[in-house]
Write a protein that binds this ligand. Structure first.
Ligand code: 26V
Length: 792
């Protein structure tokens, strides 16, 4: 560390308050302190950042291409990783300032939708901590994921303005801007670099995000001839490209914007990589892939494949087959979902309008690929399944492009990879068995324990005698020897209560609802989707409420059910589930007759920073997706690491979680993948409806007027999804099993110490779910890159 001590931190803060805001310490606002402190720290790491770049120059580098990086807040995490959190806290205390308030003023960088974007952020942290040359490339959306509000129980979306207090950690690098050409417009991609600080390491990696701008601020000629709006129109068209994360892409204009984003990302990033390569190595040859490997985070950046060929052939004058060979050794692809509707397919016609040369290249790749298939003896039907361009409707299938050219394809949890190999992508697996790999996801222990649960972190450090576990999470298994130590378990429970009190306070301030920290906190937070089955959870809670009303002496502990979820703005059913859950919460929370025995809170605007408050406070982590549908899940890992048993189906990474921590320390229920396969042919939700009066009672509330939906048939539609459209996600089939398993939770929760032991053993066994382990596997098995320590 470049001489960071109390004095120069203080003087740094004072200096930046003065030059940025004309303020002094006693008049500074929290956001001004946030910026001044951030700039002070940035100034101190710049040299190490430069040195890290130097260190990586002559070695193989990995690039993570991702349309999403869900970074959350930077300040607290950077303080932890720099190892100076406590020092800064002391300085702030001495100055009579509130560090916590300054941390809380920071807006989340919400440049992602959910798991896929957050995984990218965790990977960045692990890359720097493991000291590997890993750079992230993405888009600097001016507006990230929408802000969620509720009105009459319905979700409303507001624009997110994460930049309102500035973005002190990023540096705009105008000098490294690149030009990106579309058929109908040429724009400038300006890089903004954010340092990724390795935990207690001198390696500072880079996240480079592109902002799209016009080549000229405005067209002077137009302006001069007083065509003001035309002059600005060109600027707006360019600005729009990086304006907002995932525009609604149902219409043609939305699709075009989304494609422009994808092309901007890959074209600018590849030109950047090539510029650096040529500075080091001169002209491009097949050697390129000995120095560069690109991980495609889902299909969103797959246009990078034809774009690299275009650059190599058209600009660097390589032969097509050489360029294609380079691509075959450079790109690897990660699949994050088996849901067909999420696999990208684009009309070739859109490609023709935006980048005809890219379409031409895709067609050439495809014809080479098809002749290979022919020579291997595949028939026309099989070939059309593999084909990058769909023969019948002319659509370009991005996953097919990625798998046919890329050298590796990976799933994100064991079950997910098996499903890809054995069913979804079985034809591809038979064609290229050597390409398929599994890389079970992970989470960074820095943000998801060390930062968000300092109380538990300190206790773990005290028990283990050092902080090595933060960098080597498998060390948590050494805690197992305390699993029967009542004193340790009591202290562990005390910490859980502290975190629950903190969350209760936050919920009171933000949601206006009082919850009892001594009640059981059952938490389900994640994106809202039918397959994740928040609906099943809501129906269960409603049933519990009805039973409680019938029998006020029902033997259950006091419970608080917490939801957090954003629904895609255009996903009607997901939005109806938000409304239904809010209506249930309203009904239950306002019914004095149940004495507050159960409460339901749907927190608004669930985000990374909200997750940091929720995960440490959970008694139960709800992970109840239809088996086979959740590729991995990573929230499940965050809860486990903070000591909450998983209440879940055998799906995604839940399976590995339970394998590590034991079925006896979790609550597994419901249909398994096999059961679902067998049941699918003969499934009739009405059988369950007719045979289970409790289930019938709650489902009927959707159509009997118990709840009102502004007369727009939202509830009727939800009813239909279950009863008249075959209940695709097996909500009815799993209802009874969920209920029986909830009863087991209530029973187990009665024995405080036995409960504490279950929770504690989850912490002990969470080591495998560090993203450090995941990234090490990517390094060893896909990227073939080595640790490269910055020693300067
Ligand atoms: C996207 C969409 C968009 C349109 C509406 C339907 C739909 C359904 C699913 C998705 C998911 C896109 C990819 C994604 O975020 N996958 C998540 O990746 C995580 C990291 O690997 C993984 O833990 C989650 O299980 C997986 O859902």
């Amino acid at each position: 560390m470049n001489t960071l001590n109390k004095e120069n931190i203080k003087s740094g803060i004072i200096k930046y308050l003065k030059i940025k805001y004309r303020r002094t310490l006693d008049t500074a606002k929290d956001f001004e302190l946030f910026n001044a402190l951030s700039l002070t720290l940035l100034e101190h790491i710049i040299d190490e950042w430069d040195n890290t770049d130097e260190t990586y120059k002559n070695t193989k580098n990995a690039y993570y291409f991702s349309a999403e990086f869900l970074m959350g807040r930077a300040l607290g995490n950077n303080l932890i990783n720099l190892g100076i959190y406590d020092d800064i806290k002391e300085i702030f205390d001495e100055l009579g300032l509130n560090l916590n308030a300054v941390e809380e003023i920071e807006e989340d960088a919400g440049l992602g939708n959910g798991g896929l974007g957050r995984l990218a952020a965790c990977f960045m942290d692990s890359g720097a901590t493991l000291e590997v040359p890993l750079t992230g490339y993405g888009i600097r959306y001016s507006n990230g994921l929408f802000k969620q509000e509720f009105k009459d129980g319905y979700q409303n979306e507001k624009a997110d303005s994460w930049l309102k207090y500035g973005d002190p950690w990023s540096i705009r690098r105008d000098d490294e801007s690149t030009i990106v050409e579309f058929a109908d417009m040429t724009v400038k991609a300006v890089p903004y670099d954010t340092p990724i600080i390795g935990y207690k390491s001198k390696n500072i990696n880079t996240l480079r995000l592109w902002k799209c701008e016009p080549l000229e601020e405005f067209n002077f000629d137009l302006y001069n001839s007083q065509q003001y709006s035309e002059a600005l129109d060109l600027k707006n068209r360019a600005d729009n490209i990086s304006r907002v994360l995932y525009p609604n892409d149902t219409g043609r204009s939305g699709k075009i914007l989304r494609l422009r984003q994808q092309y901007l990302l890959v074209s600018a990033s590849l030109k950047d990589i090539i510029r650096k390569y040529k500075e080091q190595h001169g002209a491009i040859t097949e050697e390129f892939s000995n120095f560069n490997v690109i991980q495609l985070n889902d299909t969103h950046p797959v246009l990078g494949i034809p774009e690299l060929i275009r650059i190599l052939v058209d600009e660097e004058k390589l032969e097509f087959d050489v360029a294609l060979n380079i691509c075959k050794k450079t790109f690897a692809y990660t699949n994050h979902t088996i849901l067909a509707e999420a696999l990208e397919k684009w009309d070739a016609e859109l490609f023709r309008c935006l980048f005809p040369r890219i379409l031409e290249i895709i067609n050439i790749i495809n014809s080479i690929f098809i002749s290979e298939l022919k020579s291997k003896g595949y028939n026309d039907h099989q070939i059309n399944e593999f084909s990058i361009v769909n023969n019948f409707n002319g659509q370009v299938r991005m996953a097919n492009l990625a798998i046919s050219v890329g050298f590796a394809v990976n799933g994100v949890a064991k079950l997910h990879t098996d499903i890809l190999k054995n069913s979804e992508l079985n034809n591809w697996y038979k064609l290229y068995p050597e390409k398929f790999q599994n890389k079970t996801n992970g989470i960074t222990p820095r943000r998801w324990l060390r930062l968000c649960n300092k109380e538990l972190s300190n206790f773990i450090t005290e028990l283990l005698g050092n902080e090595d576990w933060v960098k080597d999470l498998n060390k948590l298994s050494e805690l197992k020897k305390f699993a029967d130590n009542n004193e340790v378990l009591e202290k562990f429970l005390q910490i859980k209560l502290t975190k629950k009190k903190q969350l209760a306070q936050f919920i009171k301030e933000n949601e206006g609802i009082e919850i009892d920290p001594n009640s059981l906190f059952d938490i389900q937070v994640k994106r809202l989707h039918e397959y994740k089955r928040q609906f099943l959870n809501s129906l269960y809670i409603l049933d519990l409420y009805f039973r409680l009303k019938e029998n006020p002496n029902l033997d259950i502990p006091k419970c608080t059910f917490i939801f957090g979820a954003k629904a895609f703005p255009g996903y009607r059913r997901a939005k109806s589930i938000v409304k239904f859950t809010n209506d249930i919460a309203n009904l239950i929370n306002n019914d004095q007759s149940i004495n507050g025995k159960i409460k339901v809170v749907f927190v608004k605007n669930y985000s990374v920073s909200y997750a940091e408050k929720l995960c440490p406070a959970a008694d139960i982590s709800k992970q109840i997706s239809t088996a086979g549908k959740e590729a991995s899940g990573t929230g499940n890992m965050k809860f486990m690491l903070n000591g909450a048993p998983t209440f879940g189906t055998l799906d995604g990474a839940n399976i590995e979680i339970v394998n590590e921590s034991g079925e006896e320390n979790n609550f597994i229920f419901g249909l398994k993948v096999n059961d679902i396969e067998n049941l699918r042919h003969c499934y009739n939700p009405w059988d369950y409806f007719n045979n289970n009066p409790d289930l019938r009672r709650v489902i009927n509330t959707l159509v009997d007027g118990t709840f009102k939906d502004n007369l727009n048939n939202d509830y009727r539609d939800l009813f239909n999804s279950l009863m008249n459209e075959g209940d695709q996600y097996f909500v009815l089939a799993d209802f009874r099993s969920l209920k029986d398993t909830e009863d087991k939770v209530f029973e187990a929760y009665k024995d405080r110490l036995a409960w504490a032991k279950k929770c504690f053993l989850n912490v002990c066994n969470a080591g495998n779910f560090s993203s450090d382990r995941t990234i090490q596997q990517y390094c060893n098995e896909i990227w073939h890159i080595n640790k490269c320590k910055n020693t300067k």
